[in-house]
Write a protein that binds this ligand. Structure first.
Ligand code: NDP
Length: 493
Protein backbone atom coordinates (compact mmCIF):
# COMPACT_ATOMS: atom_id res chain seq x y z
CA UNK A 1 0.00 0.00 0.00
CA UNK A 2 1.24 3.49 -0.91
CA UNK A 3 1.71 5.78 2.10
CA UNK A 4 0.65 9.37 1.64
CA UNK A 5 3.57 11.79 1.93
CA UNK A 6 3.00 14.57 4.43
CA UNK A 7 3.15 17.82 2.48
CA UNK A 8 4.66 20.91 4.02
CA UNK A 9 1.88 23.35 4.82
CA UNK A 10 2.56 27.06 4.64
CA UNK A 11 0.63 30.04 5.99
CA UNK A 12 0.31 33.69 5.07
CA UNK A 13 2.83 35.98 6.75
CA UNK A 14 0.95 38.94 8.20
CA UNK A 15 2.14 41.32 10.92
CA UNK A 16 5.07 38.97 11.70
CA UNK A 17 2.65 36.13 12.37
CA UNK A 18 1.52 33.10 10.39
CA UNK A 19 -2.15 33.05 9.54
CA UNK A 20 -4.30 30.57 7.69
CA UNK A 21 -6.95 31.06 5.04
CA UNK A 22 -10.17 29.09 4.84
CA UNK A 23 -9.17 27.64 1.47
CA UNK A 24 -5.86 26.09 0.51
CA UNK A 25 -4.12 25.10 -2.70
CA UNK A 26 -1.72 22.29 -3.56
CA UNK A 27 1.51 23.39 -5.16
CA UNK A 28 2.67 21.11 -7.94
CA UNK A 29 6.15 20.07 -8.99
CA UNK A 30 6.00 20.48 -12.80
CA UNK A 31 8.61 17.75 -13.33
CA UNK A 32 6.60 15.03 -11.58
CA UNK A 33 3.07 16.45 -11.62
CA UNK A 34 2.93 15.66 -7.88
CA UNK A 35 2.03 18.08 -5.09
CA UNK A 36 4.94 19.37 -3.02
CA UNK A 37 3.27 21.75 -0.58
CA UNK A 38 0.01 23.26 0.55
CA UNK A 39 -0.41 27.02 0.72
CA UNK A 40 -3.27 29.33 1.70
CA UNK A 41 -5.65 30.62 -0.91
CA UNK A 42 -6.13 34.10 0.53
CA UNK A 43 -9.58 35.65 0.40
CA UNK A 44 -10.26 39.37 0.03
CA UNK A 45 -10.66 39.51 3.82
CA UNK A 46 -7.24 37.89 4.31
CA UNK A 47 -5.68 40.42 1.94
CA UNK A 48 -7.45 43.29 3.69
CA UNK A 49 -5.92 42.04 6.97
CA UNK A 50 -2.44 42.11 5.44
CA UNK A 51 -3.06 45.57 4.01
CA UNK A 52 -4.26 46.80 7.42
CA UNK A 53 -1.01 45.52 9.01
CA UNK A 54 1.07 47.26 6.34
CA UNK A 55 -0.99 50.45 6.75
CA UNK A 56 -0.53 50.46 10.53
CA UNK A 57 3.20 49.82 10.12
CA UNK A 58 3.52 52.68 7.66
CA UNK A 59 1.42 55.18 9.59
CA UNK A 60 2.32 54.47 13.19
CA UNK A 61 5.05 51.88 13.81
CA UNK A 62 8.76 52.42 14.62
CA UNK A 63 9.39 51.86 10.90
CA UNK A 64 8.56 55.54 10.38
CA UNK A 65 11.64 56.48 12.41
CA UNK A 66 14.03 54.05 10.75
CA UNK A 67 16.91 55.99 9.26
CA UNK A 68 18.06 55.40 5.70
CA UNK A 69 21.10 53.59 7.09
CA UNK A 70 18.86 51.29 9.11
CA UNK A 71 16.68 50.53 6.10
CA UNK A 72 19.80 49.80 4.08
CA UNK A 73 21.04 47.42 6.76
CA UNK A 74 17.72 45.54 6.68
CA UNK A 75 18.25 44.93 2.98
CA UNK A 76 21.88 43.88 3.50
CA UNK A 77 20.67 41.41 6.14
CA UNK A 78 18.08 40.05 3.71
CA UNK A 79 20.75 39.68 1.01
CA UNK A 80 23.07 37.92 3.43
CA UNK A 81 20.22 35.59 4.42
CA UNK A 82 19.55 34.73 0.76
CA UNK A 83 23.23 34.06 0.11
CA UNK A 84 23.52 31.78 3.18
CA UNK A 85 20.42 29.85 2.13
CA UNK A 86 20.98 30.02 -1.62
CA UNK A 87 21.31 26.26 -2.13
CA UNK A 88 18.04 25.53 -0.32
CA UNK A 89 16.17 28.37 -2.04
CA UNK A 90 17.50 27.42 -5.49
CA UNK A 91 16.40 23.82 -5.04
CA UNK A 92 12.91 24.89 -3.94
CA UNK A 93 12.66 27.30 -6.88
CA UNK A 94 13.52 24.49 -9.28
CA UNK A 95 11.11 22.05 -7.62
CA UNK A 96 8.34 24.64 -7.81
CA UNK A 97 8.74 26.20 -11.24
CA UNK A 98 10.79 23.64 -13.16
CA UNK A 99 13.73 25.79 -14.20
CA UNK A 100 17.14 24.09 -14.37
CA UNK A 101 18.96 24.19 -11.05
CA UNK A 102 21.92 26.09 -12.48
CA UNK A 103 19.55 28.87 -13.55
CA UNK A 104 17.90 28.91 -10.11
CA UNK A 105 21.35 29.33 -8.56
CA UNK A 106 21.97 32.36 -10.79
CA UNK A 107 18.55 33.70 -9.75
CA UNK A 108 19.44 33.47 -6.05
CA UNK A 109 22.69 35.31 -6.64
CA UNK A 110 20.79 37.99 -8.59
CA UNK A 111 18.17 38.17 -5.83
CA UNK A 112 20.85 38.88 -3.23
CA UNK A 113 22.65 41.38 -5.51
CA UNK A 114 19.38 43.23 -6.04
CA UNK A 115 18.76 43.52 -2.29
CA UNK A 116 22.35 44.69 -1.80
CA UNK A 117 22.05 47.30 -4.56
CA UNK A 118 18.91 48.82 -3.07
CA UNK A 119 20.38 48.51 0.44
CA UNK A 120 23.20 50.77 -0.74
CA UNK A 121 20.77 53.09 -2.48
CA UNK A 122 18.73 53.73 0.69
CA UNK A 123 21.23 56.38 1.85
CA UNK A 124 21.39 58.06 -1.57
CA UNK A 125 17.75 59.13 -1.67
CA UNK A 126 17.68 62.90 -1.33
CA UNK A 127 15.92 65.96 -2.59
CA UNK A 128 17.34 69.09 -4.15
CA UNK A 129 17.33 72.85 -3.64
CA UNK A 130 15.92 74.90 -6.49
CA UNK A 131 16.83 78.40 -7.61
CA UNK A 132 13.36 80.00 -7.54
CA UNK A 133 13.20 83.74 -8.35
CA UNK A 134 12.40 84.83 -4.80
CA UNK A 135 14.01 85.46 -1.44
CA UNK A 136 13.36 81.93 -0.33
CA UNK A 137 14.68 78.44 0.01
CA UNK A 138 12.86 76.06 -2.28
CA UNK A 139 13.56 72.39 -2.01
CA UNK A 140 12.20 68.93 -2.55
CA UNK A 141 11.87 66.12 -0.03
CA UNK A 142 11.73 62.52 -1.18
CA UNK A 143 9.29 60.43 0.82
CA UNK A 144 8.07 56.85 0.64
CA UNK A 145 4.89 56.43 -1.36
CA UNK A 146 3.27 54.43 1.47
CA UNK A 147 1.80 50.93 1.43
CA UNK A 148 2.98 49.09 -1.69
CA UNK A 149 1.25 46.05 -3.17
CA UNK A 150 3.78 43.86 -4.97
CA UNK A 151 2.33 41.38 -7.49
CA UNK A 152 4.76 38.90 -8.99
CA UNK A 153 4.58 36.28 -11.83
CA UNK A 154 5.85 32.70 -11.81
CA UNK A 155 8.87 32.73 -14.10
CA UNK A 156 11.46 34.23 -11.69
CA UNK A 157 9.52 34.01 -8.42
CA UNK A 158 11.94 35.17 -5.75
CA UNK A 159 14.10 37.33 -8.00
CA UNK A 160 11.18 39.40 -9.28
CA UNK A 161 9.89 39.74 -5.72
CA UNK A 162 13.30 41.21 -4.81
CA UNK A 163 13.13 43.63 -7.77
CA UNK A 164 10.13 45.19 -6.03
CA UNK A 165 10.89 44.56 -2.37
CA UNK A 166 14.40 46.07 -2.60
CA UNK A 167 13.34 49.55 -3.75
CA UNK A 168 10.18 49.50 -1.61
CA UNK A 169 12.12 48.88 1.62
CA UNK A 170 14.93 51.25 0.62
CA UNK A 171 12.35 54.00 0.07
CA UNK A 172 10.65 53.33 3.44
CA UNK A 173 7.43 51.76 2.18
CA UNK A 174 5.64 48.84 3.82
CA UNK A 175 4.55 46.00 1.56
CA UNK A 176 2.00 43.31 0.84
CA UNK A 177 3.65 40.83 -1.49
CA UNK A 178 1.65 38.35 -3.55
CA UNK A 179 3.59 35.69 -5.43
CA UNK A 180 2.00 33.87 -8.38
CA UNK A 181 -0.45 31.18 -7.33
CA UNK A 182 1.70 28.41 -8.86
CA UNK A 183 5.06 29.44 -7.38
CA UNK A 184 4.86 30.92 -3.87
CA UNK A 185 7.25 28.63 -2.01
CA UNK A 186 10.54 30.55 -2.11
CA UNK A 187 8.76 33.78 -1.19
CA UNK A 188 7.17 32.10 1.83
CA UNK A 189 10.54 30.61 2.83
CA UNK A 190 12.04 34.09 2.44
CA UNK A 191 9.42 35.46 4.87
CA UNK A 192 10.25 32.68 7.33
CA UNK A 193 13.95 33.51 7.11
CA UNK A 194 13.21 37.21 7.67
CA UNK A 195 11.17 36.38 10.76
CA UNK A 196 13.95 34.18 12.15
CA UNK A 197 16.95 36.29 11.21
CA UNK A 198 15.90 39.94 11.15
CA UNK A 199 13.98 40.55 14.40
CA UNK A 200 14.71 44.30 14.18
CA UNK A 201 12.31 44.64 11.21
CA UNK A 202 9.11 46.10 12.74
CA UNK A 203 6.00 43.99 12.40
CA UNK A 204 3.79 44.70 9.42
CA UNK A 205 6.56 46.03 7.14
CA UNK A 206 6.74 42.79 5.15
CA UNK A 207 3.53 40.82 4.59
CA UNK A 208 3.15 37.88 2.21
CA UNK A 209 -0.21 36.53 1.07
CA UNK A 210 -0.66 33.68 -1.36
CA UNK A 211 -3.68 33.24 -3.55
CA UNK A 212 -4.97 33.69 -7.04
CA UNK A 213 -4.92 36.84 -9.11
CA UNK A 214 -8.63 37.43 -9.59
CA UNK A 215 -9.20 37.29 -5.79
CA UNK A 216 -6.03 38.11 -3.86
CA UNK A 217 -4.34 40.16 -6.60
CA UNK A 218 -7.49 42.11 -7.30
CA UNK A 219 -8.01 42.80 -3.57
CA UNK A 220 -4.59 44.47 -3.46
CA UNK A 221 -5.21 46.42 -6.65
CA UNK A 222 -8.63 47.68 -5.55
CA UNK A 223 -7.77 48.39 -1.91
CA UNK A 224 -8.36 51.98 -0.83
CA UNK A 225 -5.55 51.52 1.73
CA UNK A 226 -2.81 50.67 -0.76
CA UNK A 227 -0.88 53.64 -2.18
CA UNK A 228 0.99 51.91 -4.96
CA UNK A 229 0.92 48.71 -6.98
CA UNK A 230 4.05 47.31 -8.56
CA UNK A 231 2.88 44.65 -10.99
CA UNK A 232 4.69 42.20 -13.23
CA UNK A 233 2.65 39.93 -15.45
CA UNK A 234 0.84 39.61 -18.75
CA UNK A 235 -0.40 42.60 -20.74
CA UNK A 236 -4.07 41.59 -20.44
CA UNK A 237 -3.73 41.32 -16.65
CA UNK A 238 -1.99 44.69 -16.70
CA UNK A 239 -5.09 46.15 -18.32
CA UNK A 240 -7.22 44.70 -15.47
CA UNK A 241 -4.85 46.23 -12.96
CA UNK A 242 -5.22 49.66 -14.53
CA UNK A 243 -9.01 49.33 -14.44
CA UNK A 244 -8.90 48.37 -10.75
CA UNK A 245 -6.62 51.30 -9.99
CA UNK A 246 -8.89 53.68 -11.92
CA UNK A 247 -12.04 52.60 -10.09
CA UNK A 248 -10.48 52.60 -6.59
CA UNK A 249 -8.16 55.26 -5.18
CA UNK A 250 -6.04 56.07 -8.27
CA UNK A 251 -3.03 54.60 -6.53
CA UNK A 252 0.30 54.87 -8.28
CA UNK A 253 1.11 51.94 -10.52
CA UNK A 254 4.07 50.48 -12.35
CA UNK A 255 3.57 47.70 -14.89
CA UNK A 256 6.18 45.29 -16.23
CA UNK A 257 4.30 43.41 -18.92
CA UNK A 258 4.81 41.03 -21.81
CA UNK A 259 6.89 41.17 -24.94
CA UNK A 260 7.50 39.80 -28.43
CA UNK A 261 11.07 40.89 -28.69
CA UNK A 262 12.93 40.88 -32.01
CA UNK A 263 16.44 39.40 -32.15
CA UNK A 264 17.87 40.83 -35.40
CA UNK A 265 20.74 39.22 -37.32
CA UNK A 266 22.47 40.90 -40.28
CA UNK A 267 24.39 38.74 -42.74
CA UNK A 268 27.77 40.03 -41.54
CA UNK A 269 27.21 38.66 -38.00
CA UNK A 270 29.50 35.85 -36.83
CA UNK A 271 27.35 32.81 -37.72
CA UNK A 272 28.21 30.54 -34.78
CA UNK A 273 28.03 33.26 -32.13
CA UNK A 274 24.82 34.57 -33.68
CA UNK A 275 23.04 31.19 -33.90
CA UNK A 276 24.11 30.48 -30.32
CA UNK A 277 22.75 33.91 -29.28
CA UNK A 278 19.49 33.24 -31.10
CA UNK A 279 18.98 29.97 -29.19
CA UNK A 280 19.95 31.49 -25.85
CA UNK A 281 17.73 34.51 -26.50
CA UNK A 282 14.60 32.37 -26.78
CA UNK A 283 15.18 29.08 -24.99
CA UNK A 284 16.72 30.11 -21.65
CA UNK A 285 14.26 29.41 -18.78
CA UNK A 286 12.08 27.32 -21.19
CA UNK A 287 11.28 30.53 -23.10
CA UNK A 288 9.32 31.69 -20.06
CA UNK A 289 11.04 35.05 -20.15
CA UNK A 290 9.36 38.43 -20.67
CA UNK A 291 12.27 39.61 -22.83
CA UNK A 292 12.56 36.32 -24.79
CA UNK A 293 13.83 36.86 -28.33
CA UNK A 294 10.73 35.15 -29.70
CA UNK A 295 11.04 36.72 -33.16
CA UNK A 296 14.35 35.94 -34.85
CA UNK A 297 14.80 38.31 -37.77
CA UNK A 298 17.53 37.18 -40.20
CA UNK A 299 18.77 38.94 -43.33
CA UNK A 300 17.51 37.13 -46.42
CA UNK A 301 20.85 35.91 -47.84
CA UNK A 302 21.79 34.31 -44.50
CA UNK A 303 18.32 33.06 -43.58
CA UNK A 304 18.42 29.37 -44.69
CA UNK A 305 21.98 28.86 -43.45
CA UNK A 306 21.17 30.52 -40.13
CA UNK A 307 18.03 28.53 -39.44
CA UNK A 308 19.90 25.36 -40.45
CA UNK A 309 22.71 26.19 -38.02
CA UNK A 310 20.19 26.75 -35.22
CA UNK A 311 18.61 23.38 -35.98
CA UNK A 312 22.02 21.66 -35.90
CA UNK A 313 22.72 23.18 -32.49
CA UNK A 314 19.34 22.20 -30.98
CA UNK A 315 20.50 18.84 -29.51
CA UNK A 316 22.66 20.86 -27.12
CA UNK A 317 19.46 21.94 -25.35
CA UNK A 318 19.18 18.91 -23.09
CA UNK A 319 15.71 18.36 -21.65
CA UNK A 320 15.79 16.61 -18.30
CA UNK A 321 15.20 16.54 -14.61
CA UNK A 322 15.71 20.20 -13.71
CA UNK A 323 17.65 19.18 -10.60
CA UNK A 324 20.38 17.64 -12.81
CA UNK A 325 23.22 20.05 -13.37
CA UNK A 326 23.52 19.22 -17.08
CA UNK A 327 19.83 19.86 -17.84
CA UNK A 328 19.41 22.88 -20.09
CA UNK A 329 15.62 22.91 -20.29
CA UNK A 330 13.10 21.86 -17.66
CA UNK A 331 9.35 21.40 -17.82
CA UNK A 332 6.96 24.31 -18.30
CA UNK A 333 5.49 25.70 -15.11
CA UNK A 334 2.08 24.01 -15.20
CA UNK A 335 -0.19 21.70 -17.16
CA UNK A 336 -2.37 24.66 -18.08
CA UNK A 337 0.60 26.56 -19.49
CA UNK A 338 1.77 23.47 -21.39
CA UNK A 339 -1.66 23.30 -23.05
CA UNK A 340 -1.43 26.97 -24.01
CA UNK A 341 2.02 26.48 -25.57
CA UNK A 342 0.90 23.33 -27.40
CA UNK A 343 -2.09 25.22 -28.79
CA UNK A 344 0.29 27.81 -30.22
CA UNK A 345 2.43 25.06 -31.74
CA UNK A 346 -0.69 23.70 -33.46
CA UNK A 347 -1.53 27.20 -34.71
CA UNK A 348 2.05 27.51 -35.95
CA UNK A 349 1.86 24.21 -37.87
CA UNK A 350 -1.04 25.67 -39.86
CA UNK A 351 0.20 29.18 -40.51
CA UNK A 352 4.00 28.71 -40.67
CA UNK A 353 6.64 26.07 -41.47
CA UNK A 354 7.85 23.87 -38.63
CA UNK A 355 11.65 23.52 -38.73
CA UNK A 356 12.40 21.69 -35.48
CA UNK A 357 10.77 20.44 -32.29
CA UNK A 358 7.05 20.79 -31.71
CA UNK A 359 6.46 17.53 -29.88
CA UNK A 360 6.39 16.37 -26.30
CA UNK A 361 9.46 14.27 -25.45
CA UNK A 362 8.59 10.59 -25.26
CA UNK A 363 11.23 9.28 -22.84
CA UNK A 364 10.05 7.52 -19.69
CA UNK A 365 11.96 9.91 -17.44
CA UNK A 366 10.16 12.96 -18.79
CA UNK A 367 6.69 11.58 -19.34
CA UNK A 368 5.12 13.02 -16.17
CA UNK A 369 6.64 16.47 -16.59
CA UNK A 370 5.09 19.37 -18.51
CA UNK A 371 7.78 19.24 -21.19
CA UNK A 372 7.65 20.42 -24.75
CA UNK A 373 10.56 20.36 -27.19
CA UNK A 374 12.19 23.66 -28.12
CA UNK A 375 10.41 24.58 -31.32
CA UNK A 376 11.47 26.62 -34.36
CA UNK A 377 9.17 27.91 -37.09
CA UNK A 378 9.88 29.80 -40.30
CA UNK A 379 7.21 32.43 -40.46
CA UNK A 380 6.23 35.94 -41.50
CA UNK A 381 5.50 38.71 -39.05
CA UNK A 382 1.73 38.50 -39.50
CA UNK A 383 1.35 34.94 -38.17
CA UNK A 384 -0.18 34.67 -34.70
CA UNK A 385 2.95 32.91 -33.45
CA UNK A 386 4.88 36.06 -34.45
CA UNK A 387 2.42 38.51 -32.91
CA UNK A 388 1.19 37.00 -29.65
CA UNK A 389 3.27 36.29 -26.57
CA UNK A 390 3.57 32.50 -26.19
CA UNK A 391 5.86 32.60 -23.15
CA UNK A 392 7.33 29.20 -23.94
CA UNK A 393 10.09 27.60 -26.05
CA UNK A 394 8.63 28.53 -29.44
CA UNK A 395 10.27 30.92 -31.87
CA UNK A 396 9.30 32.46 -35.21
CA UNK A 397 12.21 33.02 -37.64
CA UNK A 398 11.41 35.80 -40.10
CA UNK A 399 13.53 36.89 -43.10
CA UNK A 400 14.17 40.56 -43.90
CA UNK A 401 15.71 42.40 -46.87
CA UNK A 402 17.67 45.33 -45.50
CA UNK A 403 18.00 47.71 -42.58
CA UNK A 404 14.70 49.52 -43.22
CA UNK A 405 12.83 46.25 -43.60
CA UNK A 406 14.38 44.90 -40.37
CA UNK A 407 13.30 47.99 -38.46
CA UNK A 408 9.82 47.95 -39.92
CA UNK A 409 9.29 44.30 -38.92
CA UNK A 410 10.96 44.73 -35.53
CA UNK A 411 8.73 47.66 -34.57
CA UNK A 412 5.56 46.12 -36.03
CA UNK A 413 4.32 44.76 -32.70
CA UNK A 414 2.16 46.09 -29.90
CA UNK A 415 4.99 45.29 -27.49
CA UNK A 416 8.21 47.17 -26.79
CA UNK A 417 10.08 45.46 -24.00
CA UNK A 418 13.41 44.42 -25.50
CA UNK A 419 15.31 43.88 -28.75
CA UNK A 420 18.77 42.80 -29.92
CA UNK A 421 20.81 43.45 -33.04
CA UNK A 422 23.81 41.47 -34.28
CA UNK A 423 26.30 42.78 -36.85
CA UNK A 424 30.00 43.67 -37.12
CA UNK A 425 29.03 47.06 -38.60
CA UNK A 426 28.78 49.43 -35.62
CA UNK A 427 27.21 52.23 -37.70
CA UNK A 428 24.38 49.92 -38.72
CA UNK A 429 23.97 48.64 -35.17
CA UNK A 430 23.70 52.13 -33.74
CA UNK A 431 21.17 53.25 -36.37
CA UNK A 432 19.05 50.23 -35.45
CA UNK A 433 19.48 50.89 -31.70
CA UNK A 434 18.29 54.47 -32.16
CA UNK A 435 15.20 53.53 -34.15
CA UNK A 436 13.97 50.52 -32.19
CA UNK A 437 10.92 51.21 -30.04
CA UNK A 438 11.93 49.12 -27.04
CA UNK A 439 12.99 49.75 -23.45
CA UNK A 440 16.06 47.48 -23.55
CA UNK A 441 18.31 47.01 -26.59
CA UNK A 442 21.28 44.67 -26.73
CA UNK A 443 24.03 44.70 -29.38
CA UNK A 444 25.74 41.40 -30.29
CA UNK A 445 24.23 39.64 -27.29
CA UNK A 446 20.80 39.02 -25.81
CA UNK A 447 19.39 38.82 -22.27
CA UNK A 448 22.01 40.17 -19.89
CA UNK A 449 20.17 41.98 -17.11
CA UNK A 450 21.88 44.09 -14.47
CA UNK A 451 20.43 45.59 -11.31
CA UNK A 452 22.38 48.78 -12.07
CA UNK A 453 20.47 49.28 -15.34
CA UNK A 454 16.77 50.12 -15.89
CA UNK A 455 14.30 47.43 -16.95
CA UNK A 456 10.92 48.12 -18.53
CA UNK A 457 9.02 48.50 -21.73
CA UNK A 458 7.74 50.91 -24.36
CA UNK A 459 4.22 50.61 -25.79
CA UNK A 460 2.08 47.81 -24.31
CA UNK A 461 5.02 46.30 -22.46
CA UNK A 462 4.45 48.52 -19.48
CA UNK A 463 4.63 51.69 -17.45
CA UNK A 464 7.68 52.77 -15.47
CA UNK A 465 11.03 51.11 -14.88
CA UNK A 466 12.40 48.62 -12.38
CA UNK A 467 15.97 48.21 -11.12
CA UNK A 468 18.62 50.99 -11.15
CA UNK A 469 18.10 54.54 -9.91
CA UNK A 470 14.92 54.64 -12.01
CA UNK A 471 13.45 51.71 -10.07
CA UNK A 472 13.43 53.49 -6.73
CA UNK A 473 11.60 56.49 -8.21
CA UNK A 474 8.51 54.29 -8.51
CA UNK A 475 8.35 54.03 -4.70
CA UNK A 476 8.97 57.70 -3.87
CA UNK A 477 6.84 60.79 -3.66
CA UNK A 478 8.32 64.24 -4.21
CA UNK A 479 7.28 67.00 -1.84
CA UNK A 480 8.02 70.61 -2.71
CA UNK A 481 8.87 72.76 0.28
CA UNK A 482 9.06 76.55 -0.07
CA UNK A 483 10.53 78.56 2.82
CA UNK A 484 10.06 82.29 2.65
CA UNK A 485 13.13 84.20 3.90
CA UNK A 486 11.68 87.71 3.58
CA UNK A 487 10.18 89.17 6.74
CA UNK A 488 8.10 91.73 4.77
CA UNK A 489 4.34 91.10 4.29
CA UNK A 490 3.26 89.79 0.89
CA UNK A 491 1.72 93.26 0.38
CA UNK A 492 -0.84 92.37 -2.31
CA UNK A 493 -3.88 93.81 -0.49
P1 NDP B 1 -0.24 36.95 -15.07
O1 NDP B 1 -0.53 38.28 -15.65
O2 NDP B 1 -1.21 35.86 -15.26
O3 NDP B 1 -0.03 37.07 -13.50
C1 NDP B 1 0.91 37.92 -12.91
C2 NDP B 1 0.53 38.14 -11.46
O4 NDP B 1 -0.69 38.88 -11.43
C3 NDP B 1 0.26 36.85 -10.69
O5 NDP B 1 0.64 37.01 -9.34
C4 NDP B 1 -1.24 36.73 -10.81
O6 NDP B 1 -1.82 35.93 -9.83
C5 NDP B 1 -1.67 38.18 -10.67
N1 NDP B 1 -2.99 38.47 -11.22
C6 NDP B 1 -3.72 37.78 -12.12
N2 NDP B 1 -4.90 38.39 -12.34
C7 NDP B 1 -4.93 39.50 -11.56
C8 NDP B 1 -5.87 40.55 -11.34
N3 NDP B 1 -7.02 40.59 -11.97
N4 NDP B 1 -5.56 41.52 -10.48
C9 NDP B 1 -4.37 41.52 -9.84
N5 NDP B 1 -3.43 40.56 -10.00
C10 NDP B 1 -3.70 39.56 -10.84
O7 NDP B 1 1.18 36.57 -15.61
P2 NDP B 1 1.96 35.20 -15.41
O8 NDP B 1 2.10 34.89 -13.95
O9 NDP B 1 1.35 34.20 -16.32
O10 NDP B 1 3.41 35.64 -15.90
C11 NDP B 1 3.74 35.71 -17.22
C12 NDP B 1 3.65 37.12 -17.75
O11 NDP B 1 4.50 38.00 -17.00
C13 NDP B 1 4.14 37.22 -19.18
O12 NDP B 1 3.26 37.98 -19.95
C14 NDP B 1 5.47 37.94 -19.04
O13 NDP B 1 5.84 38.63 -20.19
C15 NDP B 1 5.25 38.83 -17.88
N6 NDP B 1 6.53 39.21 -17.29
C16 NDP B 1 7.01 40.48 -17.51
C17 NDP B 1 8.24 40.85 -17.02
C18 NDP B 1 8.78 42.24 -17.25
O14 NDP B 1 9.74 42.59 -16.58
N7 NDP B 1 8.23 43.03 -18.16
C19 NDP B 1 9.09 39.90 -16.27
C20 NDP B 1 8.48 38.60 -16.11
C21 NDP B 1 7.25 38.28 -16.61
P3 NDP B 1 -2.07 34.37 -10.18
O15 NDP B 1 -0.80 33.82 -10.65
O16 NDP B 1 -2.48 33.81 -8.91
O17 NDP B 1 -3.15 34.38 -11.21
Amino acid sequence: MKTKVQLKTYKNYVNNQWSTSKKTREIINPFTGNPIAIVPEASKKDVDGAVAAAREAFDRSPWRDFTAQQRGRILFAMADMVRKNAAMLAELETLNCGKPIVESEFDMNDTASCLEYFGGLATKIHGETLPVPDNALNMTLREPVGVAGLIVPWNYPLMLAAWKLGPAIAAGCTVVLKPAEQTPITTLEFARLVQENIPELPKGVLNVVTGDGPTAGRAIVESMQVDKVAFTGGTETGREVLKGVATSNLKKVSLELGGKSPNIFFSDADLDAAADGALFGIFINQGEVCSAGSRILVQQDLFKKFVGRMKEMMPRIVLGNPLNRDTKMGPLVSEEHLEKVQDYIEIGRKEAKLVAGGRRPSSKELKNGYFVEPTIFESDNQARIAREEIFGPVVACIPFKDEDDALQIANDTPYGLAAAVWSRDIFKCLRIVKNLRAGIVWVNTMQPCYVESPWGGYKQSGHGRELSLHGIEEFLETKQVHINLSERPIGWY
